[in-house]
Design a protein around this ligand. Structure first.
Ligand code: CA
Length: 229
């Protein structure tokens, strides 16, 4: 199926270049010049991925990323941020806003397309063989098995679901309430501190391989699963 890529960029030359390259690669490009145009485009058709320029007139890219993450209907759409050199310092901000990857300008369209495909694969939670690989961790969705540095990990059903969610939603911060919603299905009988209990258990399971550092506490917000320590 043809992937729909929304590009939000105020420079027409970059927009056209990217649209041309995406089209040649069999993807469909939806162009937008600012946040307002982007929101109109999304309302019409939800894209598979968003390319978002950091510096936009009016609402900034970062602000828009946060807004998209707060909105139920756009929360799951992967975002690749387009940043100019020198803006990399704000990477941390971007990751907290739920951005999936970065491409620094000037970029080659070939590099951009490779990154788009990598993010799409990751967001679909599949590397083609039915398993998800993230750093030294591999989760086999069909067999319900987890491997750390190639060794099988003995894992309970809740920790498995939690890890599976994290691995398909890496590099984003989730509050306890959001994790309850996604992993426990929003059961009213489960308290938020239950999340902490299972996070502790998951860390303990990954500890022998020193992979517990992937489960990160974000103070005052919640948790994030990341390959970067
Ligand atoms: Ca710009």
């Amino acid at each position: 199926m043809q992937k729909r890529i929304l590009i939000i960029e105020d420079e027409p030359a970059i927009r056209d270049m990217v649209a041309f390259a995406l089209g040649k690669d069999g993807m469909h490009c939806m162009p937008a010049g600012d946040a307002r145009e982007a929101e109109l485009a999304i309302a019409e058709q939800v894209p598979d991925l968003i390319l978002l320029d950091w510096m936009l007139p009016g609402t900034s890219g970062l602000e828009l990323a946060r807004r998209l993450r707060r909105n139920e209907s756009t929360r799951e759409i992967p975002i690749i941020m387009l940043t100019a050199r020198g803006e990399e310092m704000d990477r941390v901000n971007g990751l907290d806003a739920g951005v999936d990857d970065y491409v620094v300008k000037p970029f080659s369209t070939r590099e951009l397309i490779a990154r788009i495909k990598a993010v799409l694969r990751r967001s679909q939670g599949d590397d083609g063989s039915g398993s998800i690989v993230l750093g030294e961790l591999r989760i086999d969705g069909a067999a319900h098995r987890v491997y750390a540095r190639g060794e099988a990990v003995s894992i309970g059903p809740t920790e498995y679901r939690l890890l599976h969610f994290f691995m398909t939603h890496a590099e984003r911060v989730y509050s306890r309430a959001q994790l309850l919603d996604h992993v426990w299905g929003g059961s009213v009988y489960v308290e938020e501190r239950t999340v902490d209990v299972h996070i502790r258990r998951l860390r303990k399971l990954l500890e022998p391989w020193q992979l517990d550092v992937m489960v990160q506490t974000v103070r005052g917000t919640g948790y994030r699963f990341s390959v970067a320590p």
